[in-house]
Design a protein around this ligand. Structure first.
Ligand SMILES: [Zn+2]
Length: 357
Protein backbone atom coordinates (compact mmCIF):
# COMPACT_ATOMS: atom_id res chain seq x y z
CA UNK A 1 0.00 0.00 0.00
CA UNK A 2 2.79 2.40 0.92
CA UNK A 3 4.50 1.48 -2.35
CA UNK A 4 1.30 2.26 -4.18
CA UNK A 5 1.02 5.68 -2.50
CA UNK A 6 4.67 6.36 -3.29
CA UNK A 7 4.19 5.54 -6.92
CA UNK A 8 1.11 7.77 -7.05
CA UNK A 9 2.98 10.67 -5.42
CA UNK A 10 5.89 10.20 -7.84
CA UNK A 11 3.48 10.34 -10.75
CA UNK A 12 1.66 13.36 -9.30
CA UNK A 13 2.44 16.42 -11.33
CA UNK A 14 0.68 19.68 -10.61
CA UNK A 15 0.65 22.48 -13.20
CA UNK A 16 -0.63 25.90 -12.12
CA UNK A 17 -1.39 28.15 -15.06
CA UNK A 18 -3.02 31.58 -15.40
CA UNK A 19 -6.77 31.29 -16.01
CA UNK A 20 -6.98 34.45 -18.08
CA UNK A 21 -4.29 36.06 -20.25
CA UNK A 22 -5.15 39.20 -22.20
CA UNK A 23 -2.73 40.90 -24.55
CA UNK A 24 -3.44 43.97 -26.67
CA UNK A 25 -3.91 47.72 -26.97
CA UNK A 26 -5.98 49.08 -24.08
CA UNK A 27 -6.68 45.70 -22.43
CA UNK A 28 -5.98 47.25 -19.03
CA UNK A 29 -9.47 48.77 -19.26
CA UNK A 30 -10.91 45.27 -18.94
CA UNK A 31 -9.27 44.60 -15.56
CA UNK A 32 -12.45 45.41 -13.62
CA UNK A 33 -14.43 42.94 -15.69
CA UNK A 34 -11.77 40.27 -15.14
CA UNK A 35 -11.89 40.80 -11.35
CA UNK A 36 -15.68 40.58 -11.39
CA UNK A 37 -15.56 37.44 -13.55
CA UNK A 38 -13.15 35.84 -11.08
CA UNK A 39 -15.35 36.90 -8.16
CA UNK A 40 -13.08 39.50 -6.51
CA UNK A 41 -14.51 42.70 -5.06
CA UNK A 42 -11.62 43.89 -2.89
CA UNK A 43 -8.10 44.38 -4.30
CA UNK A 44 -4.74 45.45 -2.92
CA UNK A 45 -2.64 47.05 -5.67
CA UNK A 46 1.11 46.51 -5.21
CA UNK A 47 2.94 49.21 -7.09
CA UNK A 48 5.90 51.61 -7.07
CA UNK A 49 6.02 55.38 -7.03
CA UNK A 50 6.69 55.65 -10.77
CA UNK A 51 4.33 52.92 -11.86
CA UNK A 52 1.51 54.47 -9.86
CA UNK A 53 1.63 57.33 -12.34
CA UNK A 54 2.06 55.09 -15.41
CA UNK A 55 -0.66 52.58 -14.65
CA UNK A 56 -1.37 52.27 -10.92
CA UNK A 57 -3.80 55.20 -10.74
CA UNK A 58 -5.48 54.02 -13.91
CA UNK A 59 -5.90 50.54 -12.42
CA UNK A 60 -7.48 52.04 -9.31
CA UNK A 61 -9.95 54.09 -11.41
CA UNK A 62 -10.81 51.10 -13.58
CA UNK A 63 -11.51 48.95 -10.53
CA UNK A 64 -13.58 51.72 -8.96
CA UNK A 65 -15.78 51.86 -12.07
CA UNK A 66 -16.48 48.14 -11.66
CA UNK A 67 -17.40 48.75 -8.00
CA UNK A 68 -14.30 46.92 -6.77
CA UNK A 69 -12.82 48.27 -3.57
CA UNK A 70 -9.11 48.94 -3.95
CA UNK A 71 -6.20 50.50 -2.15
CA UNK A 72 -2.50 50.53 -2.96
CA UNK A 73 0.76 49.82 -1.21
CA UNK A 74 4.10 51.16 -2.45
CA UNK A 75 7.14 48.98 -2.81
CA UNK A 76 10.58 50.34 -3.68
CA UNK A 77 12.61 47.12 -3.54
CA UNK A 78 12.17 43.37 -3.72
CA UNK A 79 13.52 42.63 -0.23
CA UNK A 80 12.01 39.94 1.94
CA UNK A 81 10.92 42.58 4.50
CA UNK A 82 8.95 44.34 1.78
CA UNK A 83 7.13 41.08 1.04
CA UNK A 84 6.32 40.90 4.77
CA UNK A 85 4.94 44.45 4.72
CA UNK A 86 2.69 43.61 1.76
CA UNK A 87 1.53 40.42 3.52
CA UNK A 88 0.56 42.43 6.62
CA UNK A 89 -1.43 44.86 4.48
CA UNK A 90 -3.02 42.01 2.52
CA UNK A 91 -4.35 40.47 5.72
CA UNK A 92 -6.32 43.66 6.48
CA UNK A 93 -9.72 44.78 5.20
CA UNK A 94 -10.77 41.46 3.69
CA UNK A 95 -8.44 41.69 0.70
CA UNK A 96 -9.46 39.14 -1.93
CA UNK A 97 -6.78 39.61 -4.59
CA UNK A 98 -3.32 41.13 -4.98
CA UNK A 99 -2.71 43.09 -8.18
CA UNK A 100 0.97 43.60 -9.03
CA UNK A 101 1.39 46.62 -11.30
CA UNK A 102 4.81 47.54 -12.69
CA UNK A 103 8.11 45.95 -13.61
CA UNK A 104 9.75 42.87 -12.16
CA UNK A 105 10.12 44.16 -8.61
CA UNK A 106 6.47 44.99 -7.86
CA UNK A 107 5.25 41.86 -9.56
CA UNK A 108 7.73 39.61 -7.75
CA UNK A 109 6.79 41.09 -4.36
CA UNK A 110 3.05 40.75 -5.05
CA UNK A 111 3.57 37.21 -6.34
CA UNK A 112 5.44 35.99 -3.25
CA UNK A 113 3.12 37.82 -0.83
CA UNK A 114 0.20 36.13 -2.61
CA UNK A 115 1.81 32.69 -2.29
CA UNK A 116 2.50 33.22 1.41
CA UNK A 117 -0.98 34.53 2.25
CA UNK A 118 -2.81 32.11 -0.05
CA UNK A 119 -4.45 35.01 -1.91
CA UNK A 120 -4.74 35.02 -5.72
CA UNK A 121 -2.54 37.35 -7.72
CA UNK A 122 -3.07 39.29 -10.96
CA UNK A 123 -0.04 40.41 -12.97
CA UNK A 124 -0.23 43.79 -14.74
CA UNK A 125 3.22 44.41 -16.24
CA UNK A 126 4.14 47.90 -17.44
CA UNK A 127 7.40 46.74 -19.05
CA UNK A 128 8.31 43.59 -20.99
CA UNK A 129 11.79 43.22 -19.49
CA UNK A 130 11.77 39.54 -18.42
CA UNK A 131 9.68 36.38 -18.30
CA UNK A 132 8.76 36.60 -14.60
CA UNK A 133 5.56 38.46 -15.45
CA UNK A 134 3.65 35.24 -16.09
CA UNK A 135 5.65 32.66 -14.15
CA UNK A 136 5.18 31.12 -10.71
CA UNK A 137 8.71 32.10 -9.65
CA UNK A 138 9.88 35.27 -7.92
CA UNK A 139 13.27 36.88 -7.59
CA UNK A 140 13.51 38.23 -4.02
CA UNK A 141 16.54 39.82 -2.37
CA UNK A 142 17.62 38.98 1.15
CA UNK A 143 17.29 35.23 0.60
CA UNK A 144 20.19 32.82 0.95
CA UNK A 145 20.32 32.46 -2.83
CA UNK A 146 20.42 34.99 -5.66
CA UNK A 147 18.07 33.14 -7.99
CA UNK A 148 14.31 32.71 -8.16
CA UNK A 149 12.08 30.94 -5.66
CA UNK A 150 8.67 29.33 -5.98
CA UNK A 151 5.76 31.74 -5.54
CA UNK A 152 2.22 31.85 -6.96
CA UNK A 153 1.21 31.55 -10.60
CA UNK A 154 -0.83 34.60 -11.57
CA UNK A 155 -4.55 33.86 -11.87
CA UNK A 156 -4.67 36.46 -14.65
CA UNK A 157 -2.11 38.35 -16.72
CA UNK A 158 -3.09 41.67 -18.27
CA UNK A 159 -0.48 42.88 -20.78
CA UNK A 160 -1.44 46.18 -22.29
CA UNK A 161 0.70 46.62 -25.39
CA UNK A 162 0.07 50.38 -25.40
CA UNK A 163 1.68 50.69 -21.95
CA UNK A 164 4.57 48.42 -23.01
CA UNK A 165 5.09 50.49 -26.19
CA UNK A 166 5.28 53.69 -24.14
CA UNK A 167 7.87 52.21 -21.73
CA UNK A 168 11.59 52.88 -22.37
CA UNK A 169 12.75 50.65 -25.26
CA UNK A 170 15.65 49.35 -23.16
CA UNK A 171 13.21 47.18 -21.17
CA UNK A 172 11.72 45.67 -24.32
CA UNK A 173 15.20 44.82 -25.65
CA UNK A 174 16.03 43.29 -22.27
CA UNK A 175 12.93 41.08 -22.49
CA UNK A 176 14.18 39.86 -25.88
CA UNK A 177 17.57 39.03 -24.36
CA UNK A 178 15.88 36.95 -21.65
CA UNK A 179 13.86 35.05 -24.28
CA UNK A 180 16.68 34.59 -26.80
CA UNK A 181 18.85 33.10 -24.02
CA UNK A 182 16.46 30.11 -23.85
CA UNK A 183 18.40 28.70 -26.83
CA UNK A 184 21.31 27.95 -24.51
CA UNK A 185 19.23 27.29 -21.38
CA UNK A 186 17.34 24.47 -23.12
CA UNK A 187 20.65 23.14 -24.50
CA UNK A 188 21.89 23.01 -20.86
CA UNK A 189 18.79 21.06 -19.84
CA UNK A 190 19.23 18.57 -22.70
CA UNK A 191 22.88 18.18 -21.72
CA UNK A 192 21.88 17.44 -18.11
CA UNK A 193 19.46 14.83 -19.43
CA UNK A 194 22.12 13.22 -21.62
CA UNK A 195 24.96 13.26 -19.14
CA UNK A 196 23.24 13.09 -15.74
CA UNK A 197 19.99 11.40 -16.69
CA UNK A 198 18.09 14.41 -15.36
CA UNK A 199 14.39 14.49 -16.29
CA UNK A 200 13.85 16.49 -19.48
CA UNK A 201 10.36 17.79 -20.19
CA UNK A 202 9.83 17.78 -23.95
CA UNK A 203 6.81 20.08 -23.87
CA UNK A 204 8.27 22.76 -21.62
CA UNK A 205 11.70 22.56 -23.29
CA UNK A 206 10.19 22.89 -26.76
CA UNK A 207 7.97 25.78 -25.68
CA UNK A 208 10.94 27.75 -24.32
CA UNK A 209 13.05 26.95 -27.39
CA UNK A 210 10.26 27.91 -29.78
CA UNK A 211 9.85 31.26 -27.97
CA UNK A 212 13.54 31.97 -28.49
CA UNK A 213 13.34 31.04 -32.18
CA UNK A 214 10.25 33.17 -32.81
CA UNK A 215 11.77 36.21 -31.14
CA UNK A 216 14.97 35.74 -33.19
CA UNK A 217 12.92 35.46 -36.40
CA UNK A 218 11.11 38.70 -35.57
CA UNK A 219 13.90 40.95 -34.29
CA UNK A 220 13.40 43.52 -37.05
CA UNK A 221 9.70 43.84 -36.27
CA UNK A 222 10.33 43.97 -32.54
CA UNK A 223 12.90 46.75 -32.80
CA UNK A 224 10.55 48.67 -35.10
CA UNK A 225 7.85 48.13 -32.44
CA UNK A 226 5.33 46.85 -34.96
CA UNK A 227 2.12 45.31 -33.66
CA UNK A 228 3.23 41.85 -34.74
CA UNK A 229 6.69 42.34 -33.24
CA UNK A 230 5.39 43.38 -29.82
CA UNK A 231 2.80 40.63 -29.82
CA UNK A 232 5.51 38.06 -30.60
CA UNK A 233 7.58 39.23 -27.64
CA UNK A 234 4.64 39.38 -25.22
CA UNK A 235 3.45 35.91 -26.24
CA UNK A 236 7.01 34.61 -25.85
CA UNK A 237 7.16 36.02 -22.30
CA UNK A 238 3.84 34.33 -21.48
CA UNK A 239 4.96 31.06 -23.12
CA UNK A 240 8.16 30.98 -21.10
CA UNK A 241 6.18 31.57 -17.89
CA UNK A 242 3.93 28.69 -18.90
CA UNK A 243 6.97 26.52 -19.74
CA UNK A 244 8.26 27.02 -16.16
CA UNK A 245 4.83 26.21 -14.73
CA UNK A 246 4.65 23.00 -16.78
CA UNK A 247 8.18 21.99 -15.75
CA UNK A 248 7.47 22.94 -12.13
CA UNK A 249 10.79 24.78 -12.01
CA UNK A 250 12.81 27.40 -13.87
CA UNK A 251 14.75 24.61 -15.68
CA UNK A 252 13.50 25.31 -19.24
CA UNK A 253 14.29 29.01 -18.93
CA UNK A 254 17.34 29.20 -16.69
CA UNK A 255 20.71 27.58 -17.39
CA UNK A 256 24.28 28.73 -17.88
CA UNK A 257 23.45 32.20 -19.30
CA UNK A 258 21.25 32.84 -16.26
CA UNK A 259 23.99 31.59 -13.91
CA UNK A 260 26.31 34.14 -15.55
CA UNK A 261 23.66 36.84 -14.95
CA UNK A 262 23.14 35.77 -11.31
CA UNK A 263 26.93 35.89 -10.81
CA UNK A 264 26.96 39.46 -12.18
CA UNK A 265 24.12 40.35 -9.78
CA UNK A 266 26.41 39.26 -6.94
CA UNK A 267 29.57 41.09 -8.03
CA UNK A 268 28.19 43.99 -10.12
CA UNK A 269 24.71 44.58 -8.69
CA UNK A 270 22.24 46.83 -10.47
CA UNK A 271 24.51 47.82 -13.33
CA UNK A 272 22.51 46.13 -16.08
CA UNK A 273 19.08 44.56 -16.50
CA UNK A 274 18.52 40.82 -16.05
CA UNK A 275 17.61 40.18 -19.70
CA UNK A 276 20.56 42.28 -20.93
CA UNK A 277 22.97 40.16 -18.91
CA UNK A 278 21.33 36.88 -19.96
CA UNK A 279 21.58 37.91 -23.63
CA UNK A 280 25.33 38.58 -23.39
CA UNK A 281 25.77 35.37 -21.36
CA UNK A 282 23.91 33.44 -24.01
CA UNK A 283 26.33 34.54 -26.75
CA UNK A 284 29.23 33.00 -24.81
CA UNK A 285 27.35 29.91 -23.62
CA UNK A 286 26.23 29.22 -27.20
CA UNK A 287 29.91 29.18 -28.22
CA UNK A 288 30.67 26.63 -25.48
CA UNK A 289 27.70 24.51 -26.61
CA UNK A 290 28.85 24.64 -30.24
CA UNK A 291 25.63 26.47 -31.19
CA UNK A 292 25.36 29.39 -33.62
CA UNK A 293 26.56 32.09 -31.20
CA UNK A 294 27.04 34.60 -34.01
CA UNK A 295 23.33 34.41 -34.84
CA UNK A 296 22.41 35.16 -31.20
CA UNK A 297 24.89 38.04 -31.21
CA UNK A 298 23.56 39.47 -34.46
CA UNK A 299 19.91 39.24 -33.29
CA UNK A 300 20.79 41.10 -30.06
CA UNK A 301 22.71 43.66 -32.11
CA UNK A 302 19.72 44.26 -34.40
CA UNK A 303 17.59 44.78 -31.30
CA UNK A 304 20.09 47.33 -29.96
CA UNK A 305 20.47 45.12 -26.91
CA UNK A 306 23.88 44.91 -25.21
CA UNK A 307 26.41 42.53 -26.77
CA UNK A 308 29.60 43.67 -25.02
CA UNK A 309 30.88 44.40 -21.51
CA UNK A 310 31.00 48.06 -22.52
CA UNK A 311 27.31 48.00 -23.54
CA UNK A 312 26.48 46.49 -20.13
CA UNK A 313 28.69 49.15 -18.48
CA UNK A 314 30.47 46.36 -16.63
CA UNK A 315 34.31 46.09 -16.39
CA UNK A 316 35.98 43.29 -18.31
CA UNK A 317 37.46 41.87 -15.08
CA UNK A 318 33.95 41.45 -13.65
CA UNK A 319 32.77 39.68 -16.81
CA UNK A 320 35.68 37.23 -16.49
CA UNK A 321 35.04 36.73 -12.77
CA UNK A 322 31.31 36.15 -13.36
CA UNK A 323 32.14 33.48 -15.96
CA UNK A 324 34.49 31.74 -13.51
CA UNK A 325 32.08 31.75 -10.52
CA UNK A 326 28.79 31.30 -12.45
CA UNK A 327 28.36 27.56 -11.90
CA UNK A 328 29.15 27.88 -8.16
CA UNK A 329 26.09 30.14 -7.74
CA UNK A 330 23.93 27.06 -8.24
CA UNK A 331 26.17 23.97 -8.36
CA UNK A 332 23.33 21.44 -8.50
CA UNK A 333 21.97 22.87 -11.77
CA UNK A 334 24.02 20.98 -14.36
CA UNK A 335 24.96 23.16 -17.35
CA UNK A 336 27.70 23.43 -19.94
CA UNK A 337 29.72 25.23 -17.24
CA UNK A 338 29.63 22.04 -15.14
CA UNK A 339 31.15 20.17 -18.07
CA UNK A 340 33.60 22.85 -19.17
CA UNK A 341 35.14 24.42 -16.09
CA UNK A 342 36.36 27.91 -16.88
CA UNK A 343 39.38 29.43 -15.19
CA UNK A 344 40.46 33.03 -15.54
CA UNK A 345 42.42 32.36 -18.74
CA UNK A 346 39.81 30.28 -20.53
CA UNK A 347 37.04 32.67 -19.44
CA UNK A 348 38.98 35.64 -20.81
CA UNK A 349 39.64 33.76 -24.05
CA UNK A 350 35.93 32.90 -24.43
CA UNK A 351 34.79 36.48 -23.80
CA UNK A 352 37.39 37.78 -26.25
CA UNK A 353 36.49 35.28 -28.95
CA UNK A 354 32.85 36.35 -28.69
CA UNK A 355 33.83 40.04 -28.77
CA UNK A 356 32.23 40.58 -25.38
CA UNK A 357 35.46 42.06 -24.01
ZN1 LIG B 1 15.34 35.19 -17.11
Amino acid sequence: MTDQINSISRAYHRIDLPRIVVIGDGVINGLGGICTELGYSNALIVTGNNTLKIAGEKVQNILEKSAILSRHIFVSDAQLETVGRVMEEAKKDETEVLVGVGGGRNIDVAKLAAAKTGLPFISVPTVASHDGIASNLASIKGMERPYTMKAASPVAVVMDSKIILESPYRYTASGCGDIISKATEVADWKLAHKEKNEYYGGYSGSLALMSSELVMENVEEICNLTENGIRTLLEALISCGVAMSIAGSSRPCSGSAHLFSHALDLIAPQLALHGEQCGVGSIMMAKLHGLDWEKIRSCLKTLNAPITAKDLKIDRELIIKALVIAQSVRPERYTILSKITLNENSAEELAEECDVI
